[in-house]
Design a binder for this molecule. Sequence first.
Ligand SMILES: Cc1cc2nc3c(=O)[nH]c(=O)nc-3n(C[C@H](O)[C@H](O)[C@H](O)COP(=O)(O)O)c2cc1C
Length: 377
Amino acid sequence: MTMILSTGDLRDLARRRIPRAIFDYAEGGSYDERTLRRNTDDLDALSFRQRVMVDVSDISLATTLVGLPASMPLGIAPTGLAGFFHADGEILGARAAAAFGIPFCLSTMSICSIEDVRAATTQPFWFQQYLMRDRGFNQELIERAIAAQCSALVLTLDLQVLGERRRDPRNGLSIPPRLSLRNAFDLVTKPAWIKTVLLGKRRTFGNLAGRIGGSSGISRLSEWTASQFDASANWRDVDWVRSRWPGKLILKGVLDAEDARLALATGADAIVVSNHGGRQLDGAPSSIAVLPEVVRAIDGRCEVLFDGGIRSGQDIAKALALGARGALIGKSFLYALAAGGQAGVTRALQILREELRVTLALTGTSRIDDVGPHILR
Ligand SMILES: Cc1cc2nc3c(=O)[nH]c(=O)nc-3n(C[C@H](O)[C@H](O)[C@H](O)COP(=O)(O)O)c2cc1C
């Protein structure tokens, strides 16, 4: 892993290690991918104010995120199917995050179940869920997250209906999976992935196994899930979750100041400014473009986390400068996982930490709490 110097290097390696359909599932956004591109373009467009001759010999990145100490202001975002990027992907991601002292968020749509991750790790993790038509299943997931002593529940608000990700059907990543000559040829060139993931122990949605008539087939479970997105979900349903979950509640997918105030009114402990990594409303602004107005609307009354386009420690510093308490990584995590399993994720976290540390130093900042808009031009 020594010549891996950036998260881009991990992405290049991931591309060589996993089937094209899986790589594109992470890489792609919805429709024409405008919002996907804006996430990174708008971060890139920000410049730092370089400061010199400030004593930065003692830099600390330590902070707290949603009530728990974190070694740096970063967490791993929930991503469905992480276990398809590497065998036992969610377990390995949770372990890497725990060893680093940062939060890991498990998605409902994971391959490893809540119980698998609980049994394989010692640190508490966050658990993410959507509001489903079958509220009994939401209730069951809440109970399982309580039993697993998850330290926070992340409720994702921006997936009442599914934005179309066009790369998936084009690659045959559909339900049921379609085997074309192209993806068959691509698969043959990835024998290690076939052996460890396709023929591995865990190959379906771990949290849903046995949900529909005892079936654990991924096609049937995917169909069931697709039918479960609840277009009627509204703020009263968020109150319903709040009343059942006794721990920290994080509302993910806020992209508007008015929604931020409504989220705050539910008693949430934190919100995540997010456009789902450009995978939902194409034409929505980048997450970084709306961060300042959401931060103003919240006015310190709950934590504001950020995701969308974080590829470097410099990006984390920019999000912090515009008022986020911490940032989450989706794609950068999945590429690292595909590139090298737990070691890959650890390498990504080392790179991001070091980039953040140097960025703080060169903007004349020693403490993470001192990062503010003044570090940007
Ligand atoms: C492949 C993939 C799967 C995702 N699955 C979920 C999910 O199950 N639940 C969720 O709330 N967000 C999901 N997201 C969105 C991420 O949590 C996060 O908001 C997004 O990836 C951040 O942008 P970034 O990828 O540029 O870091 C997913 C993102 C990707 C790339």
